[in-house]
Design a protein around this ligand. Structure first.
Ligand code: GCB
Length: 604
């Protein structure tokens, strides 16, 4: 067995855990965490990008960090929306000589300007995606450097979301890393994506055909003899198949793409919660035989369809989706939620019998999708195109950018089945519909295998409801409108338009664990009284009607967890949307949680 084959499982484990390896052999792609030792000021500061700027009076913070975790969750819609500055020193190791150095931010809300040693690297607009800047020319190895980041979460007419029913927490709220790559490497600038994209051409019990697309580049000043090697390993780390593309001569400063088809016979398929089996694909770049870069991605072999009469099928078998929506925030953390807290969220969803998740209304941390892969969830992800759009070229360009980032960064997660292009647009007008038409085509151009979707709160005749492959409706029968549930509405729509692939993207009611009423009856929705018993009754009625209608391809409770919406003053918690089945601190499961648990943990 070659040394590489022996080491591959270790490398896979290291990359799966996303921690810098401590092995003696140098990794081809060293990653250094820059989460510690930041100075922070919650206001604007003229000249703070200059290396010598005096930040001694600023507070000391580590990232992930949210600057309005407190004032964004107490009501009054008066939380801080403005500028904050972050600065830190960094001394990259001299051992990185010859590498290209990328500063990577996994999430900054909403607009970030980044400088190194007073030189501006760039601006990123959009609060939910990973982005990277090339800092090779500005970072000095073995010496002190200053990274400065100006962040603003102020309202911006050109960056969605413009308005929404959730708090726009500000700050550098996910990890920051320094990634060092060889000049001959997988491309780093591809909308923050991994540069390796796995497209499942066909998957059956007999075989799976997967295209491995690698976007690479040669940043050396001379021509290189490049090879791309793709290796599929199973869950034990054993090599299933490996293929090396023909050597190609790549000129200096040139990108090159390689597509390699791999066949896996008698695959163990990714079967949702029944068996979320994962292979991995490792792509290595070689320069005249020397491995210069290595990227490992998860591979779950599965196929899915949605039928207007019979709903969602996974690998040819009908699968009833027990879905919930979830935001990313949590009491006292704002959006800066740790991986351990994400695991707790999945433990709660597992306990309740959830098997489908809509990550409303934006891209969430990679760990969320990793956990969904590993635990077998079917996921709907979306861009934050909520409520309304601006009629500007800049707004449209930013929505398109956020969609490319969403799709490329998450392309290889087998748990993802649906790309969402928007939520509850208020205006069924030419400007909004033209943008949705464009975004829908963009989904199919970016990804030939998955379905597009949209969450609609208007009728089926509006243009808004007619762009995507499948559709979800936000329906609040018994809450924002009268009725006991969606049954008769769904039957009427299904009878009128049998080809429409109907889902329910949201349904639910407010529920306070401190407010009670027997027998439960429909309360006034905007009141301060949200009895827990009524929330339970609404879910019981709604789910019974949903369960009797298998043509509904998927339905999603609004919401798994209470979340911050600083503009709300309802129930007994100002600043909170209390439609969760679990409280904002994750401390209390509400009555409706137990009702679903009793009904969903039998998955027959
Ligand atoms: C919706 C929105 C969601 C809100 C929810 C509510 O339809 O899509 O963002 O939080 O209603 O609770 O009103």
């Amino acid at each position: 067995m070659s040394l590489r084959a022996l080491l591959l499982p270790l490398l896979l484990v290291a990359s799966a855990l996303a921690v810098p390896s401590v092995s003696a052999a140098p990794l081809v792609r060293p990653v250094t965490s820059l989460n510690s030792a930041w100075k922070f000021l919650r206001s604007d500061a003229t000249g703070a990008q200059a290396p010598g700027f005096d930040d001694s009076a600023w507070s000391s913070v580590t990232v992930p960090h949210t600057w309005n975790a407190q004032d964004g969750q107490d009501g009054g819609n008066n939380y801080y929306r403005g500028v904050g500055w972050y600065r830190r020193h960094v001394t990259p190791s001299a051992s990185l000589a010859g590498k290209r150095l990328w500063l990577q931010f996994d999430g900054v809300n909403t607009v970030a300007d980044v400088w190194v040693n007073g030189t501006k690297l760039g601006t990123h607009q959009g609060g939910y995606a990973t982005f990277r800047f090339d800092a090779t020319a500005t970072l000095k190895l073995g010496q002190d450097n200053v990274v400065a980041v100006r962040v603003t979460n102020a309202a911006n007419p050109d960056v969605p979301p413009l308005s929404a029913d959730f708090t726009f927490f500000g700050g550098i709220y996910r990890d920051v890393t320094l990634v060092a790559v060889d000049p001959l490497s997988v491309r780093m600038g591809d909308f923050g994506g991994p540069g390796v994209y796995l497209t499942e051409r066909s998957v059956s019990a007999d075989s799976a055909s997967v295209d491995v697309t690698t976007k690479a580049w040669n940043n050396y000043p001379d021509t290189r003899q490049a090879q791309v090697r793709a290796t599929v390993t199973d869950a034990s780390g054993a090599v299933v198949t490996t293929t090396t593309a023909a050597t190609r001569s790549v000129a200096a400063a040139t990108g090159f793409d390689t597509v390699q088809n791999v066949l896996i016979t008698e695959p163990r398929r990714w079967q949702g919660k029944a068996d979320p089996y994962l292979y991995h694909v490792t792509v290595e770049i070689l320069d005249a035989g020397r491995v210069t870069d290595s990227v490992t991605q998860p591979l779950g072999l599965r196929s899915a369809t949605v039928d207007a009469a019979s709903g969602f099928s996974l690998n040819g078998q009908h699968l009833g989706l027990h879905g919930v929506n979830a935001h990313q925030d949590r009491l006292n953390e704002g959006s800066a939620v740790s991986p351990a807290q994400r695991v707790q969220d999945f433990d709660l969803m597992d306990e309740m019998g959830v098997n489908a998740l809509r990550t409303a209304h934006y891209q969430q941390a990679q760990v969320v999708y990793d956990l969904a892969d590993q635990r077998g969830y079917a996921v709907w992800v979306e861009i934050p195109l909520v409520n309304r759009v601006t009629d500007s070229a800049a707004f449209r360009a930013n929505a398109q950018q956020q969609l490319s980032e969403l799709i490329r960064q998450n392309y290889n997660h087998p748990s993802i089945f649906f790309w969402g292009i928007g939520n509850e647009q208020a205006n069924d007008d030419p400007v909004t519909n033209a943008l949705l038409t464009q975004l829908n085509s963009q989904v199919h151009a970016e990804d030939p295998t998955r379905l597009s979707t949209y969450a609609n709160n208007k009728g089926d005749t509006v243009g808004l409801a007619n762009h995507t492959d499948v559709i979800g409706y936000n329906k609040y029968f018994g809450w924002y409108s009268s009725g006991t549930g969606p049954g008769s509405w769904a039957d009427a729509l299904h009878a009128k338009d049998p080809a429409r692939k109907i889902g329910i993207s949201e349904y639910g009611a407010g529920g306070s664990v401190n407010q009670h009423q027997e027998p439960p009856r429909q309360p006034v929705t905007t009141s301060t009284f949200h009895p827990e018993e009524y929330q339970n009754l609404l879910h019981e009625n709604s789910w019974k009607q949903i369960a009797a209608r298998p043509y509904l391809w998927g339905t999603f409770v609004w919401n798994m967890f209470d979340f911050a919406s600083d503009g709300r003053a309802e129930g007994d918690t100002p600043g909170r949307n209390d439609k969760g089945l679990v409280t904002y601190d994750r401390g209390t499961r509400k009555d409706a949680f137990y009702w679903y648990k009793a009904n969903w943990t039998d998955t027959s």
